[in-house]
Write a protein that binds this ligand. Sequence first.
Ligand code: ZN
Length: 96
Amino acid sequence: MYNLSEIHKDGYNLEPILPIIHNTCDSCQNPLSLRKDDSYYQLLLRINSHKKDALPIMDEMRSLGINVIEFEPKNGIKDYNLLKNIVMNFNLTTNN
Ligand SMILES: [Zn+2]
């Protein structure tokens, strides 16, 4: 999967993830195309779904004293090892 966008704002430093050859898949050499769900409208649907479905579950878990990891990969894939360490050391026990 590739990402053409580049963001350097509000603490985010996200570099684009580009193929070696422009518009060509590194694995199969086929031309790249946009996913059907890669649209502004679909993005809004995913954000609304997260707010409606995931956030209430996280709030409920917190109210039960269950630890919840909140992690923003502000440096994209460069934050992978940081997230991995947090998950590996994550303690499910309550913080109450
Ligand atoms: Zn491919």
